[in-house]
Design a protein around this ligand. Structure first.
Ligand code: ZN
Ligand code: ZN
Length: 294
């Protein structure tokens, strides 16, 4: 089969390689489409070689190995890009990224065929074409999960920083998850135009427009309920964090302050608090009356 092989820094060559042979529990997928993720580009620009890249894969099952139970030749599938041991508690709940044995990433999509474990596969509905399908697990799944990880109150205001592929999904996803208003920010006019066409209510160029005032006006002076930053630049992230209302959510994949790296790695919610509030004080009062002697 043909495959795009990473042969060194910024160098990929299409070469003839042998088609993978299957082991127990594996399926051979004929690749129909494979997205190019930001992480593929970082990998490509580095010195490390990981043979065949590509983890946003859709395709058709071409062969099944021994003990494969759920799939047949001809099934349309997408490949979920992270796989765990399949045995531990998180894996059994379908949360492979939290595998206690250490999750592994699946790649090999820049080739005519790739082999994957049975449990890495998800069915692709016939109504969804392969190119759209290959984007579902990562390009769509990542921003949707980031938004869901924060909390969007019904009718709330969400800001999306960076309107690349992830940000444009987030604009639509925020509405799906209940946002009443989406503010989309990016210096590139074309991207802002697309965001507008996908449902963004306010589009801004954060480099040249007074985004803070616009956001304050749009939120009654409070700031947004959730600010999602898809941009790697720490300066942009600071701006993105600056417009969140009190008790709101700032969501970003990367926080480079290494003191918090452990929390980031385990997706522990980082919550800042100052003192109590009426609701919690009332709760404590009610608890005292119910449980403690006067
Ligand atoms: Zn990716
Ligand atoms: Zn596991």
């Amino acid at each position: 089969m043909k495959a795009a092989i990473h042969v060194g820094k910024e160098r990929v060559e299409v070469r003839e390689v042998s088609t993978p042979s299957l082991e127990k529990g594996e399926c051979l997928v004929e690749v129909e489409a494979c997205g190019i993720c930001g992480s593929d580009r970082w990998w490509l620009s580095g010195d490390l070689t990981r043979d065949i890249q590509g983890h946003e894969i859709s395709g058709t099952i071409a062969a099944v190995g021994e003990e494969v139970e759920r799939w047949q030749v001809g099934d349309r599938v997408v490949v979920y890009a992270v796989i765990g041991c399949g045995e531990c508690g998180p894996c059994k709940q379908g949360m492979d990224p939290y595998c206690l044995q250490g999750p592994k990433s699946v790649c090999g999509g820049f080739a005519e065929y790739t082999k994957v474990k049975e449990r890495s596969l998800l069915p692709l509905d016939p109504s969804v074409d392969f190119v759209t399908g290959c984007l579902l697990t990562d390009n769509v799944g990542t921003p949707m999960r980031a938004l869901a990880r924060g909390k969007i109150p019904a009718g709330g205001v969400v800001a999306v920083w960076g309107l690349g592929p992830l940000g444009l999904v987030a604009v639509q996803g925020a509405k799906i998850l209940g946002a009443g208003k989406v503010v989309a920010l990016d210096p590139v006019p074309k991207r802002r135009e697309v965001a507008r066409s996908l449902g963004a209510d306010i589009v801004l160029n954060p480099s040249s427009e007074d985004f803070e005032n616009v956001v304050l006006r749009a939120t009654g002076g409070y700031g947004v309920d959730l600010s999602l930053c898809t941009v790697r630049d720490d300066g942009v992230a600071e701006k993105a964090a600056s417009i969140v209302r009190r008790n709101g959510w700032f969501v970003r994949r990367r926080i480079r302050d290494l003191r918090f790296w452990g929390l980031v790695l385990h997706e522990v919610g980082l919550c800042c608090k100052r003192g109590t509030c009426k609701k919690r004080a009332h709760q404590a009062w009610a608890y005292r009356h119910a449980h403690l002697p006067a």
